[in-house]
Design a protein around this ligand. Structure first.
Ligand SMILES: Cc1ncc(COP(=O)(O)O)c(C=O)c1O
Length: 351
């Protein structure tokens, strides 16, 4: 038998554990913040009209057609945009660009648990900055991150759902000595965002995904916007053909229908407000959400129990073990009927 060895860093690390993707279709799946509504009608047309014989050829390597659409949406130039195979790919490109054994990554805790995993792959130390008891950024965040070369600010944050005050994020960008990546995976559900700041700060990268607000988790597309200097360096790191051809057509169609985005967003925000109201009546507390999910605490502070009972009733939400996070469950905002089912189970348990 041949012997083989992984790199010590790979040997030592745990892989990222994605939220469960069950095969059984009669479950209410509100565990990974997917959109309960279908993609825009133009997406169906783009798929129908796509000429499969074109798949013989490689896709355009930098997804220029899509970069142009994104650039006009955000009023930047195409050379300020990089496209990725989901925003996970963008995060990986950023961490490979800016982090290594001597160049730590800083991120908040709790936040998206993929960041430390990506850093470990690059043998980069991770500076974890604890959020306050109310899940806000500590006022000395930039100082705590000082040894890092890249700081990721997740705004709105996951799994908590709150958006740190814009002024505080500005201060961090101005004070921190390295690159700041604001992960805006959920920004379409928030009151404001940092996209406009890319014109002001040359150390700022803003990343977005099409997985949530555009109902396109299945095709994997994300992007980042930043000054030309940052984007051209990150372009060196990305896989040559990191966005496939069909995805480029689908993404262009989805981005072109902002009216549809607004419609589904309004529906999700209305359902979110109703869920907040009804859970409050049952004695729950929650983190005020700027996203398509709610991080809620049941009246007995036992997130695990509520998670288990929902599951016994074929409803899958997300549970994050831990002293503070373990009091909560994270409920993705589904359709009204799906959220009714959550409320019905909650009323039986706590009503
Ligand atoms: C904060 C945050 N960033 C990025 C992502 C990844 O999104 P994508 O599907 O574009 O890889 C997620 C997905 O859950 C997320 O919660």
């Amino acid at each position: 038998m041949k012997t083989f060895r992984f790199r010590p860093a790979v040997e030592a690390m745990d892989g990222y554990v994605p939220g469960e993707q069950p095969k059984i279709s009669n479950l209410i799946k509100i565990n990974t913040n997917e959109n309960p509504y279908p993609p825009a009608p133009g997406v169906y047309e783009a798929i129908r009209d796509f000429a499969a014989e074109k798949l013989r050829l490689y896709p355009q390597p930098t997804a220029d057609m899509v970069r142009e659409t994104i650039a006009s949406l955000h009023r930047v130039t195409p050379d300020m945009v990089i496209a990725g195979n989901g925003s996970d790919d963008i995060l990986n490109i950023a961490i490979r660009s800016f982090c290594g054994p001597e160049l730590p990554l800083a991120c908040f805790d709790p936040s998206y648990s993929l960041y430390p995993v990506l850093a470990r792959m690059q043998e980069a130390p991770v500076v974890r900055i604890p959020l306050t008891a109310g899940f806000e950024m500590p006022s000395d965040a930039a100082e705590q991150a000082a040894s890092a070369n890249l700081l990721i600010v997740t705004r709105p944050n996951a799994p908590t759902g709150n958006a740190f005050p814009l002024a505080a994020v500005r201060r961090v960008i101005e004070t921190f000595g390295g690159v700041v990546l604001v992960d805006e995976a959920y920004a379409d559900f928030a009151d404001d965002n940092c996209m406009g700041l890319v014109h002001e700060y040359d150390n700022l990268i803003v990343s977005r995904t099409m997985s949530k607000s555009y109902s396109l988790a299945g095709i994997r597309f994300g992007y980042a916007v930043a000054g030309r200097g940052l984007i051209s360096g990150m372009m060196k790191i990305k896989d040559s053909y990191n966005v496939d051809m069909l995805t480029q057509y689908i993404v262009r169609a989805a981005l072109s229908d902002q009216a549809y985005l607004n419609k589904t967003r309004s529906a999700i925000l209305a359902t979110r407000a109703r869920l907040e109201r009804e859970l409050t009546k049952l004695g729950f507390s929650y983190v005020p959400s700027q996203t398509n999910f709610l991080f809620a605490v049941p009246p007995d502070n036992d997130g695990r129990r509520f998670f288990d009972v929902l599951r016994e009733n074929a409803v899958i939400v997300r549970y994050f073990p831990g002293e503070v996070t373990g009091r909560h469950v994270r409920i993705s905002i589904g359709t009204d009927a799906e959220i009714d089912k959550v409320l019905e189970i909650a009323a039986q348990l706590y009503g």
